[in-house]
Design a protein around this ligand. Structure first.
Ligand code: C5P
Length: 216
């Protein structure tokens, strides 16, 4: 079978990871959550007490960092960190770290390697525009900030996190702004990506839409 690469980009909370997981399962290919990789770096700076502004300390930290996916888990230096990286604090730190050249260089290189030998679906901010520019299928998923905040809020509330909808909306708007205006690989739609506004669409509808495009 020939290798296919599927890129899904879009702002936080657009539902990329839920959809990408479902599509990966349907097609029997690997799913790579690149946001989790930036979160892993953010998590590590916090747990090691490294200030990302201290570029030498950041560089040293990255040189001894191993990030891998296995069996649906994200593994940082041998430790499964799935549940530890989905907090508002880590979201902020991940966004801060993702603007730094040292971090992007390391993670983009890793991601390109992961998309080389096998079929993958990768989600993030710069997959279609930078990481896998020659991906066979590219999608750009959006939804209104209010809808995205509502989805994220429900997810966090379900996990018992003490946060209000207003706070989540505020965080989303801030993160959108920094992800779109940063200098390095900002969030933007690749010219050849299919744009999909998922406001009001169900998970099933979006998954089927993408599968149909791929099977065309
Ligand atoms: O997708 P998720 O919210 O988990 O990503 C966390 C942060 O990582 C984003 O806010 C963004 O700053 C950064 N990111 C990125 N490039 C990607 C994926 C995520 O800069 N390809």
């Amino acid at each position: 079978d020939k290798i296919i690469r599927v890129a899904i980009d879009g702002p936080s909370g657009a539902g990329k990871s839920t959809i990408a997981k479902a599509v990966a399962k349907k097609l029997g290919i690997d799913y790579i959550d690149t946001g989790a990789m930036y979160r892993a770096v953010g998590y590590k700076t916090l747990s090691c007490g490294v200030d990302p502004k201290d570029r030498q300390a950041l560089k040293d930290m990255l040189d001894s960092t191993v990030i891998d996916f296995s069996g649906g888990n994200i593994i940082l230096d041998g430790e499964i960190i799935n549940d530890k990286i989905r907090t508002p604090r880590i979201s902020k730190k991940a966004s801060e770290c993702s603007a730094l050249a040292e971090v992007r260089e390391k993670l983009v290189q890793l991601q390109r390697g992961m998309g080389q030998e096998k079929s993958v679906i990768m989600d993030g901010r710069d997959i279609g525009s930078n990481v896998l520019t020659d991906a066979e299928y590219k999608f750009f998923m959006t939804a209104s900030a209010e809808e995205r905040a509502k989805r994220r809020y429900e997810e966090l509330a379900e996990k018992g996190q003490d946060i209000t909808y207003e706070q989540v909306l505020e965080d989303i708007k801030k993160r959108d702004h920094s992800d779109m205006t940063r200098e390095l690989n900002p969030l933007r739609k690749a010219e050849d990506a299919i744009e999909l506004d998922t406001t009001g669409m169900s998970i099933e509808d979006v998954t089927n839409y993408i599968l149909k495009e791929i099977e065309k």
